[in-house]
Design a protein around this ligand. Sequence first.
Ligand code: AOF
Ligand code: ZN
Length: 363
Amino acid sequence: MHRALELARRGTGSVEPNPAVGSIIVDHSLKLIGEGYHQQCGGPHAEIHALNMAGEQSQGKTIYVTLEPCCHQGKTGPCSQALIRAGIKKVVIAMRDPAPHVDGGGIEELKQAGIEVEVGLLESEAQALVRPFVKRVTQGLPWIHAKWAMTLDGKIATRTGHSQWISNPRSRERVHELRGRMDAIMVGQRTATADDPLLTARPPGKRIPARIVIDSQARLSVQSQLVQTVAEAPVIVVAHPSASQKKILQLEQAGVEVLQFSNCTSENESQPNLRLCMQELARRDMTNILVEGGGSLLGSCFDQRLIDEVHVFIAPKIIGGAEAVTPIAGKGLEMIPELHNLQDYQIQQLDSDIYVNGRVEHH
Ligand code: AOF
Ligand code: ZN
């Protein structure tokens, strides 16, 4: 199963909205006779690659697969039936597929066919690999990453708004790697205006993320780098219904897609509803979203418990100033017991910077 997980990992970044899955087939002496992984969405599933490699030899053998074999006709045929046809004797599965079109159905079909099935080997490792997929298919929301770069005193810009650069080149390289496996990069209108960013992955990664600006009044300039490069990667402006129709039309004519969401919560009345926006992105099969700031967008995201994972770059620098911008504004918490803890975190040194990555535990 370790080998199957290792294979699965190779698909991350190209398989989404599908899950990364790996599989191996062994004979009675545990000799490897077939292996494979899901390489891209629309392509053959992991089990099919492994079966193809093993050929006739798969008869009577054991297959290890990191996710429950599917039993539905999707872009490809059901793996459960392929395993039955190949005469596989035993299927060892790391985790059940919670997607409504599978959800135990694959395991059931295999058992019905008289195949021995075992579930749960290295399950937590398998779960860790497909958390964004599981969140999308079970909650209808993408996996939302937050990224910020700050000084030792917790500032993301000076009091005048100057922010380039806080993190070092190696940290910025890491951010571009991260962007290259996202479905979208999201920023707030103030960041889009102040930094005039491109929000592309350079060098390009496995996917071309869309660029999304949360911009209640549709203020994004048609002269901005984002709008000017709309042919390279889509730009989506998320506005409130109160935004000027004229502005919206100008953006649309320049090739930008404008989405509008109202909001019924009194605190964010004039802002588009972020949860509705995220649900719409998940409906479009977006699995990973990276929110790059600024402080007020990240604040709203944290206040609404929308962030699943953080990527924080800490530079050994000090800015100072009560007015200098903080990474997570919004309302924030009142009491320490409520705080957002990091789980499964890793801390790495990137030259002079410290990189902290972890999953956010919400209460
Ligand atoms: C497997 N093995 O390697 C993967 C599975 O549209 P399709 O045919 O690509 O099917 C996608 C669904 O199949 C996906 O939502 C998930 O439930 C399952 N993924 N299943 O047996 C694989 N990648
Ligand atoms: Zn399948």
